[in-house]
Design a protein around this ligand. Structure first.
Ligand SMILES: Cc1cc2nc3c(=O)[nH]c(=O)nc-3n(C[C@H](O)[C@H](O)[C@H](O)COP(=O)(O)OP(=O)(O)OC[C@H]3O[C@@H](n4cnc5c(N)ncnc54)[C@H](O)[C@@H]3O)c2cc1C
Length: 400
């Protein structure tokens, strides 16, 4: 329910109660726009975790939520990649160390359920932001405003609607924005584990012939696992009894963290990709997974979404300075221009990395192994890869 009186027209209506929607709502309300957020209760069943990189943390710090997120998150100091493909061309182990960039940590990893809970609390208390725990069931986009109808029968107008309602977005479809979708022959099995040995804030990614097997630190002696498998392989894992699964996962992790104990129910996510053909429509801007989806490799998805939010906020603020209509066509075109390159680059990079693991084509296997070998040997190259993994374009900037 909204806590504030409903005005005739909001500056911005944000739809979607996932992390993209809530962070967009906080950032835009704090920027001085009169906002409404439509966010049904987030699913408590999401067992995933999210690794947040430095630029995302800066945005969360600026919006005032970081201290509470950090309290529930584990620092990530090193990232280790181990070639476990067992193939002819195998890369040597490579470790990326945040200290090499003069940073204490690359980022932090947090349970999605905890991230969402913190964001929900802050949204409920935010000035300039009316929150409605209701789904949007209808949307029309007219020259002067977006008009939204909620499941509770409410009708709300806004100069701009921000769609953060996820990969099957109703707003995107209502605006007639087409998408390109594709899938991979893989499924991510996701669960959290307790382990006997400390992780020492090192994230470890085993590259296997079916995809990455990644252990990402959580607070204490716990880690989140994302294991990318074939559909049959994932089904077999999900059918295992807990003790059998624990032993199998320890075997795949080469016992680097000692014995495992399941700390959550396994969940599975078929790997797929999606790009919206346009990031904007009349009185509409897309952010987050409403605009782009790709496999959970390299912890890029939400970090990319937060860059959507940063660029959207910058574009809207600059419109306001020029006294331009912040939901008008020219302003939205500027947002689209800012975001296209970053989204394309990240989508292609994740796709390429994933396919390079799956391929049986020897030259591609050799190129991947050589790339990792060079990254291990050549400090400047390694540092460029580390910076680019966190913030695109940063290694090209002076002092980057
Ligand atoms: C296994 C896995 C691991 C991942 N790990 C990482 C990681 O480490 N780092 C990273 O950056 N990214 C990671 N990602 C990606 C990240 O999880 C997603 O990018 C992120 O969850 C997307 O958030 P979102 O808010 O855009 O979309 P969603 O989380 O899908 O939120 C959409 C919200 O909109 C709501 N909604 C839908 N329809 C309506 C409607 N009609 N009205 C109102 N609300 C509506 C839904 O209820 C939902 O709450 C991972 C993804 C997977 C699958």
């Amino acid at each position: 329910m909204a806590q504030k009186d409903q005005p005739d027209i909001y500056d911005i209506a944000i739809v979607g109660g996932g992390p993209s929607g809530r962070i967009a709502a906080l950032a835009l309300a704090q920027a001085g726009f009169a906002c409404a957020l439509f966010a049904p209760e987030p699913a408590k069943t999401d067992g995933r975790t999210t690794a947040l990189w430095q630029q995302s943390i800066d945005l969360l710090r600026e919006t005032g939520v970081w201290t509470d997120i950090e309290a529930n998150a584990a620092p990530l100091k090193k990232m280790r990649m181990i070639d476990a493909t067992g193939r002819l061309f195998r890369a040597p182990e490579v470790t990326f160390d945040s200290a090499e960039l003069g940073m204490e940590v690359f980022g932090f990893n947090i349970l999605n359920s905890e991230l969402n809970a913190v964001l929900q609390t802050y949204c409920d208390q935010q000035d300039n932001l009316a929150t409605y725990a209701e789904s949007v069931v209808g949307a029309t986009f007219e020259p002067d405003a977006a008009r939204l109808t909620t499941a509770g029968g409410r009708t709300v107008s806004a100069r701009l609607a921000v769609a953060a309602d996820g990969r099957n977005s109703l707003l995107r479809e209502s605006a007639g924005i087409e998408v390109k979708r594709w899938s991979y022959p893989q499924v991510a099995v996701v669960l959290n584990l307790e382990h006997r040995l400390p992780h020492q804030h090192v994230s470890t990614e085993f590259h296997t012939a079916t995809g990455p097997f990644t252990l990402v630190p959580l607070p204490g002696r716990q880690s989140a696992l994302v294991c990318v498998e074939t559909a049959d392989g994932a089904e077999a894992m999900l059918a295992m009894a807990p003790t059998q699964l624990e032993r199998e996962l320890e075997r795949r992790a080469h016992s680097i963290l000692g014995a495992f104990k399941l700390a959550s129910e396994p969940q599975s996510f078929p790997l797929s990709g999606m790009n919206a053909r346009s990031l904007v429509g009349q009185r509409l801007a897309l952010v987050g997974e409403t605009a782009h989806v790709f496999p959970p490799i390299g912890a890029q998805g939400l970090n990319l979404s937060l860059r959507d939010i940063l660029d959207l906020r910058t574009t809207l603020l600059s419109a306001r300075v020029r006294q331009a209509d912040h939901g008008g066509q020219a302003v939205l075109a500027a947002y689209e221009n800012k975001r296209r390159g970053d989204i394309r680059t990240r989508t292609n990079a994740v796709d390429l990395l994933n396919r390079s693991l799956l391929t049986s084509f020897l030259p591609v296997q050799a190129a991947r192994s050589t790339g990792l070998y060079l990254a291990g040997k050549i400090g400047p190259l390694r540092r460029i890869l580390m910076r680019e993994g966190m913030t695109p374009g940063s290694s090209l900037r002076p002092g980057g």
